[in-house]
Ligand binder design. Sequence first.
Ligand code: B3K
Ligand code: ZN
Length: 851
Amino acid sequence: MTQSTTRYLSDYKAPEFQISTVNLTFSLNDTETHVVNEMAIKRLTENTQLQLDGEHLTLLKVTLNGEQLSAAQYQLSETGLILSLPEEDNVLVIETQIDPLNNTALEGLFKSGDAFCTQCEAEGFRRITYYMDRPDVMATFTTKVIAEQEQFPQLLSNGNKVDSGQLDGGKHFVTWHDPYPKPAYLFALVAGDFDLLSDSFKTSEGRNVALEIFVDKGNLSKAHHAMTSLKKSMQWDEEVFGLAYDLDIYMIVAVDFFNMGAMENKGLNVFNSKYVLANEDTATDTDYFNVEAVIAHEYFHNWTGNRVTCRDWFQLSLKEGLTVFRDQQFSADMHSAAVTRIQNVRVLRAHQFAEDASPMAHPIRPEKVMEMNNFYTLTVYEKGSEVIRMMHTLLGQENFRKGMDLYFERFDGMAVTCDDFVNAMADASNKDLSLFKRWYSQSGTPMLSVNETFDDGSKAYKIEVSQLTESTKQQPEKYPLHIPIKVELINGSTGAVEAHLLELTSESQVWTFDGYEEKPVMAFLGDFSAPVKVSFEQSDDELITIMQKANNTFCQWDAGQKLFTRYIFRLIEDPNYQLPEQLINAFKDVLSNEALDTALKAEQLTLPGFGEIADNAKVIEPEKIIDALNTLKQFLANGLSEHLLTAYRNCQSGERTPQTRSLASVCLSYLAVNAANHELVEAHYQAGENMTENLAALNAATNQGLSVRDSLMADFERKWLDTTLVMDKWFSLQAMQQGDDTFENLKALLAREDFSLNNPNRARSLIGAFSMNNPKHFHCSTGRGYEFLGDQLEKLNTINPQVAARLITPLLAFKQYEPKRQAMMKAQLVKLRSLDNLSKDLTEKINAALD
Ligand code: B3K
Ligand code: ZN
């Protein structure tokens, strides 16, 4: 049984030893890779006991200052190695053997297809060798990689190539040196036989950087978008933050087996191929957007993460929240800022808010952790980014930039804390951020309640805003936060709009605005200036005014979403509720408004998803939500039918762009509701010029359960059977099917030769898509959906605990469901908890949910 101990932020102690250099030699072999690790270690205190982390390693030999140690001279356990370093300066050499081929957890050194690759963040390096595997231990790495030349012509590691040559027995070696001291989590090694796309970039400092993207043989033509994205990111970071790249080479390797999106290892990023490979036939517009965003994110980490890193893992948001903020700003600059922001907010509302209300709720700087991999969360990343964005809003771009400059001036080359970052921002701008720091330690989504009054006599318009964060088990006491609130006051008669930034710093505050003849309409929380929920009673007319007259595009969109949400909840209470015609008119105006950006129209027309509605329900009754969503969709599809058809035709007839395709897809999803348009769905598929159009048709056919769906899916499968990433899409569409034979089909899908739980993308595409995007069957009243997930998690628990711990998410929220489902969901957690080999990853989450 794995040792399950909880670690606390409050227990942090600075390291007592310093590792200055590390010389690694890898002799690669599928099941018996040999690793020699030579470290120069300085003792910093009187304590001579050095504790090194190590897991799943076979120890071969330990040599200290030239003398081989006997087993009696060190203590070896399943989690590490303890030995005594009497000298101040020491050279310690440790030889270990590891088994990459059977490493299905994909942490440390593993095989992805024929290639060797690594993933060390957060604590994977300890699966390669014994080491002080913590981010505040920063060393200079030199890595020699030895392997068969024919099978592994490319041998890569961090930094610059300093040596290479032939060896006996058909082997060769390459040695890499990374001049920048780094924590072990940024170490990387890749060996394989790839196609290589090369380019270069000249930095503002005059450095010529070689850019290299390694992909599986035959995929070269799909690497160009990634390369263009990389160059745009390099340019943007120089222009916006004055940050230039600092090595002579930047490499990206795309692999098919990867637990997450990508990894920012110094000079050698390893990517899930999903975020590198793209061409029009195989990737959607969203895929293109995501490839660019992830390439940017990993590139931006070179400064925010690598040059300045985290002191300990509790500080993860120091690099992740900040880097997500930077990639979001980049995407906003490359595309529509409004649409990018709306999409950020959708993710936050649908998933992060749910996490903050779940048993795994934690502050963006968690205080206790059992398995660090469980904390690469929407909270640390997305809410973390919102916290940085709030500072950006409070300080303004210019002061924020000054704060960034000061942060690098103070901390370049160091491992620091979130407080260090906020202090740099406060010092550079003279803004008091002491109260603001609470955002780092308090979990939960604050609720803002807004009350407005207009005094006809004095003509004063007053608003009162109060905040409340509900107490949680971990944090019974919650405190007021410093919340920036952008508002717009719209003068109903003149249409004039006045913008203000309010700073809420206590439980409740009042603001008064003069000079209005009548009560203005307030567009509240412009740009979603804080990650909060809002309770503010506004009439339909007021919301429609905001949709039409607010300057802030986010508020225009949000007002439409509020209308939708309002009527979805009315329908949940009363399925026969008569929806008002006014709703149709409001969205007719959206569709026919020529001034409105096409992509924004698509966003306006997109209904909130199941998850977002569930998050706002007191008790989740899945059928009621699904029925309400369907009724509203049908109502809009009927009432807007002509407008939808016209908008659809306009999109199809003019020049096709990502924007027109997004509107066409949304229109098609509504049109597919009515039998008269079913042929249109098939025609859209048949005439599809790219993956975006093909998928739009397949999604519409799947969601509406159209009879043509099966033949379209069969056609798609025939075309793409050999293209792994496209087949992942096919598996997801299968998982989302609505028919009565869904569970039989799922069983057949699991049994297919091209399905394997060992491949995280494939596992997620079927199991994740089913439990997240097929609420009808996942929440099936018989409990079969929960059983299906429980059974797969039991297998994944031993194959790949990290992937299992992600996929368990929908079960953790069982307490929010109606009693019958609650009991069935809980039963799956109880069953999993009884496994004797339950991983730390699942133990931590299941305990949080059940205890
Ligand atoms: N830093 C990595 C994530 C590592 C996840 C470890 N379980 C990718 C990123 O955020 O850029
Ligand atoms: Zn990151």
